[in-house]
Design a protein around this ligand. Structure first.
Ligand code: AKG
Ligand code: FE
Length: 716
């Protein structure tokens, strides 16, 4: 029997997560897949049970009369005559003893002998669980057991929290290629549901569906608050104490009774204050959604106002004002709602949940600032709404200085509305393969999975058909403008639409070209420019082919090093944003369609145009996106065999440089049915589309040619 299985006797109280995990990994290493799965799952279950028990017990014991703090102690120490000297000490410590007793009993009831203390895990393991490491092992074990649905779910769960994990990226691609894995299999087994509610709410709002968005937005807010509570309960657990011991190790943090109590209490408060940020940080991200709660309240009041729920709009906007009393937009909205409501409604105030939340948080901040001023502890206030009055005078000056000195500490480097990221990461299996850091640059990214093999096939066919149509009309594939050793064919979206209209190419391909360019635009905007819309300014499908017999001793490039929106001077490294460069291009995208050619890798260089800093191999569905300026000089190595096709497109912030042809092409490609609706009586003119073929069949043909998705037997 593999090690550790004895731990899994049914009905027994949960075992310690770290022991289970260690046994699970041993079983895994021994290739005992089924026990590995059982143990790893039990480790996750036990860890979750521990969290739940702590939260529930915390809530229950806080509500227990004997264990709650006497009301008299809840007032500030200087608010009038308190209990007689020495009495508060007795009251406080008696309540603490009683609370500890309650928590211990509750833990034993919920988790068996030893309670929560028996299950506590070290910080390294806690981090591993936070990083969702067990899911990486789980997915492989499931895979070995041929449980592909679960394997894909586990892989996805891990990948969500580790979006740049290289191995998992490849594994994910393999799962996607497996015909027996359905898209629904890629589900997240861990992310708390409030993110789904939050994303749904935003999406519905984006579609002007305020009525449908409201329940989701409300759910998101309530569930985020619940998550904050759960996180806060965790702050009272032994882990915090342990962290404290670890941090103080070697610093001789041995105080007396009150120093120790105060020290521990400060840690608990610091931990609690971190909870909103934790709740607002999506799995796999380093930074929280900024102003998570106030911004949800803003959306709520606006949505309520839109559907005419004025009193709820009031409650929510008043809640925003609790965070930011000087918020001009909120004040204006408030006046408007008041005017619309007519007579004043005395009962109408801010939301109770938010009022409580703010009061409690401010109380904690006061204590933390007090300790900072008088005990020298540190506290980095995570909130931007803290009123200045809460910060002691003596600290204000210093904090301001720090802020000026180190702005990056206070402004996270990527304060983008992370909601859009969902689209980037999860849009039909798109994955972030390399980010700017991995590509040694500032604004660069490689994303994979934008096209299926069938779609690449369709676009390649389009390029081929268009080239043949050109040849028939006496227009031979030109030599490349960049090198005499290659041929070069470019097809714009408008040309593609015209050819489709004339029946020279399939309209499927032409439509796909439009659709895909929009897909790239959406992703590029989400990734690089979420707060400012990007427009397509130019799109074309480019194929470069090696001219046979002219490849010996080639020294030149397929595309010399250049920047896309400025004229690069390699001698000085400067880049002049002036004509003949296309100065209005802001972001570039290259979406590759194939890899069956030699050479042709894209590379980035230093501004000297010589030193290569990163290199990308084209392949079907891979998008390289980057800012178009002098920070991204790039070129293409010679294509020495075969034909390399890519969709090259540029995005602009300037609406006046939006591609007109795109709209024209869209018009041209409108379904005949749609046109018929407009011009009801028009006869169908067969010349337009000589041999219409049902789209499904045409797609099928492409699939036949590209080959079925390989039934992957590869070792993961
Ligand atoms: O095809 C490529 O990989 C790069 C092309 C390019 O840089 C351009 O057209 O500006
Ligand atoms: Fe370029």
């Amino acid at each position: 029997e593999p090690p550790g299985l004895a731990r899994l006797s049914p009905g027994a109280p949960p075992q310690a997560p770290d022991l289970l995990y260690a046994d699970g990994l041993r079983a895994y290493a021994a290739g005992a897949w089924a026990p590995a799965v059982a143990l790893l799952r039990e480790a996750l279950r036990s860890q979750a049970a521990l969290g739940r028990a702590r939260r529930d017990c915390g809530a229950r014991c806080a509500a227990e009369p004997g264990a709650a703090l006497p009301a008299v102690l809840l007032d500030a120490p200087d608010s009038g005559p308190g209990p007689a000297q020495g009495a508060w000490e007795r009251l406080l410590l008696r309540a603490a003893l009683r609370r500890a007793e309650c928590l211990t009993q509750c833990g034993v009831q919920r988790l068996g002998p030893g309670g929560a203390a028996r299950l506590r895990v070290g910080s390294a393991l806690r981090d591993a669980f936070r990083r969702r490491e067990p899911y990486n092992y789980l997915q492989r074990a499931y895979y070995q057991l041929k449980k592909l649905d679960l394997a894909a779910a586990a892989a996805h769960t891990f990948f969500v929290a580790n979006p740049t994990h290289l191995q998992m990226r490849e594994d994910m691609a393999k799962y996607r290629r497996m015909s027996r894995v359905r898209p629904q299999s890629f589900r997240d087994l861990e992310t708390p549901p409030y993110w789904a509610a939050y994303d749904d709410g935003l999406e519905l709002l984006g579609r002007q569906e305020a009525g449908l968005a409201l329940p989701r937005l409300e759910e998101a807010l309530q569930e985020s608050l619940a998550q904050v509570e759960s996180c806060r309960a965790g702050c009272e657990g032994p882990e915090e104490q342990q962290r404290e011991e670890e941090e103080e190790e070697g610093t001789g943090g041995q105080g007396g009774l009150y120093e120790t109590i105060a020290g521990h209490w400060i840690r608990v408060l610091q931990c609690r204050q971190r909870c909103v940020g934790d709740t607002a940080t999506r799995p796999g991200r380093s930074f929280p959604v900024p102003d998570f709660l106030p911004s949800q309240l803003r959306r709520l009041h606006e949505a309520h106002a839109q559907v005419g729920n004025l009193s709820q709009a009031m409650e929510n906007v008043l809640s925003v004002l609790l965070f930011y009393p000087e918020d001009e937009a909120a004040k204006k909205a408030l006046n408007q709602y008041q005017a619309q409501l007519g007579e004043p409604r005395p009962g109408l105030g801010p939301r109770e949940d938010i009022r409580q939340f703010i009061l409690r948080s401010l109380g904690e901040k006061r204590q933390l600032y007090y300790a900072m001023e008088h005990l020298g502890t540190s506290f980095k206030d995570p909130d931007s709404w803290t009123p200045a009055a809460v910060i002691p005078e003596a600290l204000r000056e210093k904090l301001r200085e720090d802020q000026e000195k180190r702005p990056w500490d206070h402004e996270p480097p990527q304060p983008k509305p992370l909601t859009h990221w969902k689209d980037v990461l999860l849009l039909e299996g798109v994955t972030l393969t390399q980010d700017a850091r991995q590509l040694n640059g500032s604004e660069r990214a490689v994303l994979d999975g934008l096209l299926t093999p069938a779609e690449c096939g369709l676009l390649l066919q389009l390029a081929k058909d268009a080239a043949e149509a050109g040849a028939r009309s006496g227009y031979r594939g030109r030599r490349s403008p960049h090198t005499p050793h290659e041929r070069f064919e470019g097809l714009t979206v408008l040309k593609a639409a015209q050819l489709a209209r004339a029946g020279a190419v399939g309209s499927q391909g032409a439509k796909l070209l439009l659709e895909v360019s929009e897909r790239v635009r959406t992703l590029t905007q989400a990734y690089f420019s979420p707060e400012r819309p990007l427009h397509l300014s130019f799109t074309h499908l480019v194929c470069r082919s090696a001219i046979e017999g002219e490849q010996e001793q080639r020294m030149d490039l397929s595309h010399p090093v250049h920047a896309d929106n400025c004229v690069l001077d390699p001698d000085t490294g400067e880049c002049w944003r002036e004509p003949p460069a296309y100065t209005y291009r802001d972001y570039s995208g290259l979406l590759y369609l194939n890899d069956d050619f030699h050479g042709g890798d894209l590379f980035f260089t230093e501004p000297n145009a010589l030193t290569v800093t990163a290199q990308v191999r084209p392949r079907c569905g891979r998008l390289v996106a980057f800012s178009s300026g002098g920070e991204n000089p790039h070129g293409v190595w010679a294509v020495t065999r075969g034909r390399r096709c890519a969709l090259a497109l540029w995005h602009t912030w300037a609406p006046e440089h939006r591609e007109q042809e795109w709209t024209e092409a869209k018009e041209l490609l409108k379904e005949p049915e749609e046109e018929e609706e407009e011009e009801e009586e028009e006869e169908e003119t067969p010349s337009r589309d000589p041999s219409p073929e049902p789209p499904s069949r045409r797609l099928q043909r492409v699939q036949d040619r590209v080959g079925k998705p390989p039934r992957v037997r590869e070792e993961l």
